[in-house]
Design a protein around this ligand. Structure first.
Ligand code: FAD
Length: 656
């Protein structure tokens, strides 16, 4: 039996990005004793990297904007696969969440008449992104942290303890959600402290997952080291399904050179503020890639596109501002056709479009990023850019209003880890607003749920803790007999040698990049599933040397379980969906199929007991279930022209 410290809280929030912090603030304000756990340093969540802004239809720059237009844009961007009620709530509540940030101390850039400034972004009909230069995420996190500190000061005044009602456990990683053996309700989490390697358990009737995305499963990504799909995997292992995992967003503009920085994001604000994309022949190629569904909304000529920046009411926007999936595919095609830049991207130019001082003022981070990392002065020359894995639209299936995960009482999810909101493709700026809207809702409903079970709290049995501890310690004794079903041949005396977690990670990233990347083919995805099965078996022998005190190799060995699970979800779902839509492009099924609009793909663990050991190499760890999408409410459908709906909805839906 492992002796592990236990603490009791009402709500545990896993993740301290925008979603986690907003959830924690709400839960604490509802009176729930709330613990926040984050695997990185407090303040170094992914949200801090957000550059361009937060989408909210405040109408400060164009008063034609309102929540209905934002809702329409979001549904179009997601190609109508969005969980429409989420898209509705998001569009309605985003302006309040931005105002609220200002009341908590955020200071957004202003218009000339002193209102919060809003900038253009791909897929948004009006200038809609509230921003702080190109460092919006930093201001968002700084403000939420400040709010947390102010709540802790209130607690100190009343209770003499800063951490009585709200405590942050930084550099701690959750490896399992614990459940009550009797009724299957959430009972807490099992974690380890990264610095000391010490295990501990937080007992709580509600867990809010706010762990962000999955980008580290891909080789070229804008995401940082924490994005190993932990929340996705924790939910699966606890019995909650993941929704539409095939939809992964490849942002069109990541750095392509030098190799050490490949994938780092070049914000969409560059294009929102006037930057244009050109191929090696100097052509603004995006005019050749406007799909039929968007034809009426985008400029036909460079002149019209350029006029739009000054006079948006009488001109249409340039195609550089199409949704990200369209731009990423276009860049991919140009490079493939041999019209790419020297390092395998295309050119993104602001230098010929704005004076140098305006570029430095509006895009300070981009200016420094290119100067310092690539020795390129973006006020004088074009950047080289190409697609990079950026965001996952798929995620934990949740109830739209409450953010409750399906199937596991007490489990909630918000932010990038939750699915549904963005359908098959997210519009830029819609993540920061999503974090705040659904972070607040998750905190509210989790606190209410925790209060409702206060008299009858779920119980964590010792046996569960022992299992979680044994699983976490496994990499220290990884050599030994091979339990795999896949690898043939005799097992050498003493067992097979341990596998290096870094090598396994590299192989996984290469597999996902090459075989389940931006353009997908049946044969390659089947190959990827075989490779993932092999990696899974080898990952069970991922071994590390040394001890539990800060040991990054050990941490990675544990993260591999999560990355392998989510990668299998992505590959399986991508193979199943025989159409192209949003962030899922099939070379063998290039068109969007209206019949598929009605289909959600849910991933569940094949072994319902939550075990991973007896993995069938062929069937894998994941089972796919098809679930029909909920019909869109008629008053929301009425916001669209009939001619537009015909492009998206299935015959029977139109008939209904
Ligand atoms: P995060 O902010 O990533 O927080 C996740 C948290 O979970 C972290 O604290 C992490 O340590 C913790 N965690 C993870 N696993 C565990 C575990 N096992 N145990 C404990 N803790 C764990 N979106 C926009 O809307 N506008 C933009 O301008 C924009 N720009 C972007 C620029 C870049 C470079 C990138 C990469 C993304 C950008 N996005 C933008 C997307 C947006 O930033 C993210 O989708 C969003 O910040 C995710 O927030 P989150 O709260 O869900 O997760």
């Amino acid at each position: 039996m492992t002796t592990v410290e236990r603490q009791q809280w009402d709500v545990v929030v896993v993740g301290a990005g925008g979603a986690g912090l907003r959830a924690a603030i709400e839960a604490r304000e509802q009176g729930a004793r709330t613990a926040v756990i984050c695997k990185s340093l407090f303040g170094k969540a992914h949200t801090v990297m957000a550059e361009g802004g937060i989408a909210a239809s405040m109408g400060n720059v164009n008063d034609g904007d309102n929540w209905q237009v934002h809702f329409r844009d979001t549904m179009r961007g997601g190609k109508f696969l969005n969980q429409w009620r989420m898209a509705e709530l998001h569009a309605q509540e985003a302006p309040d969440r931005v105002w609220e940030l200002e009341t908590w101390g955020a200071l957004f850039d202003r218009t000339k008449d002193g209102r919060i400034s809003q900038r253009n972004f791909g897929g948004h009909e009006y200038p809609r992104l509230a921003h702080v230069g190109d460092r919006t995420g930093l201001e968002l996190i700084r403000t939420l942290q400040q709010k947390i500190v102010s709540l802790q000061q209130e607690d100190f005044k009343q209770l003499g303890d800063y951490e009585a009602g709200l405590k942050v456990f930084q550099e701690c990683t959750v490896t399992r959600i614990l459940k009550d053996d009797v009724d299957g309700k959430v009972a807490g989490v099992f974690c380890y402290e990264r610095e000391s390697g010490r295990f501990f358990v937080i007992e709580a009737p509600t867990v809010i997952l706010a762990t962000g995305g999955i980008g580290k499963s891909f080789k070229v990504t804008s995401n940082s080291w924490e994005y190993t799909g932990d929340g996705h995997a924790l939910a699966l292992l606890a019995g909650a399904p993941l929704l539409n995992m095939e939809f992964v967003q490849f942002h069109p503009t990541g750095m392509v050179w030098p190799p050490s920085v490949k994938g780092i994001l070049v914000t969409e604000s560059v294009r929102g503020d006037g930057g244009v994309l050109r191929n090696s022949e100097g052509k603004r190629f995006m005019f050749d890639y406007i799909p039929d569904v968007f034809k009426e909304k985008y400029a036909e000529s460079e002149e019209e596109g350029d006029r739009w920046y000054e006079d948006p009411d009488r001109n249409r926007r340039p195609p550089e501002l199409l949704p990200r999936d369209e731009v990423a595919r276009a860049i991919n095609s140009e490079v493939k056709a041999g019209r790419g830049s020297p390092h395998g991207g295309v050119f993104l130019d602001v230098s010929s479009r704005m004076p140098a001082d305006v570029i430095r003022r509006r895009l300070p981070s981009m200016y420094h990023q290119f100067k310092e990392l690539a020795d390129v002065d973006i006020t004088a020359e074009a950047m080289e850019v190409g697609p990079t894995c950026h965001y996952v639209m798929g995620g934990i299936a949740v109830e739209s209003d409450t953010a409750a995960a399906l199937g596991v009482p007490g489990l909630y999810a918000a932010g990038e880890v939750a699915g549904g909101m963005h359908g098959s493709n997210r519009l830029g700026g819609n993540s920061l607003s999503d974090l705040l809207v659904f972070g607040r809702r998750a905190g509210l409903h989790a606190a209410q749920y925790a209060a409702s079970v206060a008299e009858n709290r779920p119980v964590v049995e010792e046996a569960q803790i022992d299992l979680a501890a044994a699983e976490a310690l496994r990499p220290f004794s990884a050599e030994g007999p091979d339990e795999s079903l896949v690898e043939g041949g005799p097992v050498p005396a003493g067992g097979r040698p341990a596998e290096n977690p870094y090598t396994l990670h590299q192989e996984l990233q290469q597999t996902m990049n090459d075989l389940v990347g931006i353009i997908r083919r049946e044969e390659e995805m089947s190959q990827a599933l075989k490779k993932l099965a092999d990696l899974r078996v080898r990952a069970r022998r991922a071994g590390v040397e040394g001890h539990r005190q800060f040991n990054p190799g050990w941490h990675l060995a544990l993260d591999l379980r999560n990355m392998l699970l989510v990668s299998e979800c992505i590959a399986r779902s991508a193979l199943e969906r025989t159409e192209s839509r949003g962030g899922h492009t099939r070379e063998d099924f290039p068109g969007m199929d209206r019949a598929w609009r009605r289909v959600n793909l849910l991933c569940q663990l094949a072994d319902p007991t939550g075990g991973l050991a007896a993995t069938d190499p062929v069937r894998g760890q994941i089972r796919l279930v098809r679930k029909e999408t909920e019909p869109i409410r008629p008053d929301l459908l009425a916001l669209f022209e009939k001619e537009e709906l015909v492009k998206y909805l299935a015959e029977e839906e139109l008939f209904e």
